[in-house]
Design a protein around this ligand. Structure first.
Ligand code: MFK
Length: 219
């Protein structure tokens, strides 16, 4: 895994940071648009007009494009970030984005799911909660100096997960053996009712071993 410094890509310094911040604002607006699409009840002709306008905006953004989403890098403040990530990337509209903090025990986050994450009626799709736990578990492994790829994830769904209100998620490394790291964690309501819990096995690819400790210092 290559962790590039911000200055190595595109324009350097504050110009780039300003542009990335603007992209983050756009991504958040697109999340609002996605929720608006799943909740809208406007008339068909209005849907058709909005569709035409969105198609025009899509073409404007395609006027200059990269080959891939923004890649992992070290931010100017020295922290690790991956702005194009599907779970945590501020510049990816598909991402919540998840904000994980390192705790003495592991990592913790307060995800709020959105209407666009609906699976069963009025609750969050199980694939979405599994994805969030997968990423949080990977972050717990990385914070412990054991950056890895998910080899397996076993999920137990205890209660339907609601959207529209803050929940609590946490994860911690429970065991290590060579390049293997086991992580346990859960998503719960603020009063402690467990909604989803899981166990994951993460394996550090041999090629990632040098980057693993570097990332741990920056999560
Ligand atoms: C701050 C940073 C935050 C970052 C968070 C990111 C979280 C995102 C997590 C993801 O979503 S990653 C994407 C989903 N996962 C993948 O795409 C992984 C695809 N699989 C692989 O790339 C490789 O199979 C893998 C790196 C997991 C293992 O390949 P290796 O070539 O290193 O494994 P190898 O064959 O040498 O086996 C090493 C050991 O692991 C075991 N093993 C390998 N794959 C396994 C597996 N899938 N399940 C159980 N055990 C497995 C294998 O049996 C062996 O055990 P022993 O040492 O005891 O003999």
């Amino acid at each position: 895994m290559t962790v590039e410094t911000a200055a190595t890509e595109e324009t350097g310094g504050s110009d780039r940071e300003s542009r990335l911040a603007a992209l983050g604002v756009l991504a958040e607006q697109v999340r609002e648009l996605m929720d608006a699409v799943v909740l809208t009840d406007v008339a068909e002709d209005e849907i058709a007009r909005v569709t035409e306008e969105v198609a025009v905006l899509t073409e404007r953004l395609r006027a200059a494009r990269r080959d891939t989403p923004l890649q992992p890098e070290i931010a100017p403040d020295g922290s690790f970030r991956h702005l194009g990530n599907a779970v945590a990337g501020d510049c990816n509209p598909y991402a919540l984005p998840l904000k994980a903090e390192v705790t003495p025990d592991g990592v913790r986050a307060e995800p709020t799911f959105r209407p666009m994450h609906e699976g069963p009626p009025n609750s969050v799709h199980g694939g979405v909660t599994a994805m969030i736990l997968d990423h949080l578990f990977g972050t717990a492994a990385a914070a412990a100096g054991r950056l890895g790829m998910t080899a397996s994830l076993t999920v137990r769904y205890r209660r339907p997960t609601p959207y529209g209100r803050p929940l609590v998620a946490d994860a911690a490394v429970t065991r290590t053996e060579g390049r293997k790291t086991w992580v346990d964690g859960r998503i719960a309501t603020p009063d402690g009712t467990v909604l989803v819990e899981a166990t994951g096995l993460f394996i550090t690819p041999t090629a990632w071993l040098p980057a693993s400790e570097e990332v741990a210092d920056r999560v």
